[in-house]
Structures are given as structure tokens and as C-alpha cells.
Design a binder for this molecule. Sequence first.
Ligand code: BTN
Length: 251
Amino acid sequence: IPHLSTTSIGRAVRYQRSVPSTQSLAHEWAKEGAQEGSLYLTEEQTAGRGRMGRIWHSPTHSGIWMSLILRPPIPLNQSPQLTLLTSVAITRALRKQTNLPIQIKWPNDLLIHGKKVCGILTELRGEQDQVHYVVQGIGINVNATESVWPEELRPIATSLAIEGGRTFSRPELIGAICGELETLYDGYLSYGFTPIRILWEEYAGMLGQEVTARTGQGSVKGIAKGLAETGALLLETHTGVQTIFSSDIEW
Ligand code: BTN
């Protein structure tokens, strides 16, 4: 990773040209005691995983497919904050490197002009009061052209190259992401979630708009107001403000 300015994030790296999923390999590495900030990188995933059991298309050389291991000293119920932290870090890095209008869609997608360019999958091991480790899977469509995606993804997916009209260096982007991640993560451990929450609200495309959240218990419609301190989404509905902990959002 070039231009790496960090002391922990991205310092230990494992790389394989092709893997089923970096998530599973990073879990094993974490169990073997991987240090904080360890990064598992690949060119291609044959069984990439998305949220909610979905497939993540990860064609060769066209994106950043990586899993990050963190060991934050936080209770389990604060772990949703980490997904938001990472989305803010990636947004900052990609905006600086590409000048593209990247926006965050709660809880874990990054969009350009309403199409998905990046997804984050946070998985963790721990018990009640303490997270043991977190594996964050990060998938970014960098140099993909539409032809690498199946037909049904083309209306909803995009890449930095499609939007920017040029290709981007993946190692440089990874270096920039590691830098932003370390700054925000160190800040989070020292000062808590509030500074991240404020940045997140600045980058969120959906605030003030009507959204529909599909939760396990049905769907809730409301105006997206912001984030609770836990990282949950606040929706103003006709019956009052509702707190959404996990769901898919449409807007
Ligand atoms: C989502 O939006 O559903 C999350 C997508 C996460 C994809 C990344 S790519 C690297 C890592 N390995 C996986 O199998 N998935 C994550």
C-alpha cells in the first residue's frame, strides 16, 4: 500500500489473487490473533457476501475487496457505530481522491447519483459487554464497467470509473482510506461517537427526505432526521419519532 501514513490500519496485510470471500479468511486470521488494523485484500472473490445473505459481485481487478480487523474496547451494543465510522472514512477518502459527489445511505451504502458504489458488511464476535473483534468487509466498485455486472444490477450499481470518466489507482485509494480510517477511529476511541455522528449527518444524502425502512416487523415511513447516539436512524413519522436499529431503506 503506497503513501501509508498510519501506525495500525493497513500495517499488517494478507493478499491473495483470488479467494472465496475475504470475510471468512479475515475471521480465521482474527481468531489466530491478527493485530488491530490488519487488512485482507484480494483481486477477485468467487463467493463474495453482502448484507442479509445477498451475493456481492466482485469481479477481477475491478474493485477494492477487503476485510479490516478491529479490536475496539466497546460493548456490543455500540458496534453499529463502527459501520457509520467506516462509511464516513471511506466517503472522505473517496471524495478527496475522486472529487465525486459520494453520499451515505444509512446504514452502510455509499452512493453516487443514487447508485451504489460501495457496501460495508460489519460482522463481530464478542459477548454482552465486550467486543472481541470486528471484521469489516468493504467492497468498492472502482474500475468496473457495466458489462461486468448481471443485467439486474446495472440500473442500481455504479463505479468510480463510470462516474469519473477515468480509472483510479486502487492502491492509492486504499492508502487514503486507511489514513482516514485511522484518524476517525483514534478520535472515536478518545472522544466517542459524537464527532463521527456530526460528520455522518453532513454526508448523508437522505436527511430531511421521506424514506421507507423495511424492518423485521414491517415497514415504517417517515422523514429521516438524523442519527441517535447509538448509530440508529431517527425517523419522524406521523405518530412521533421512531428509532430504526436495522433495516433496508428506500428513498
Ligand atoms: C453490502 O452492501 O451488502 C455489503 C457488501 C460487502 C462486500 C465486501 S467485499 C469484501 C468483503 N468480503 C465479502 O465477502 N464481502 C465484503
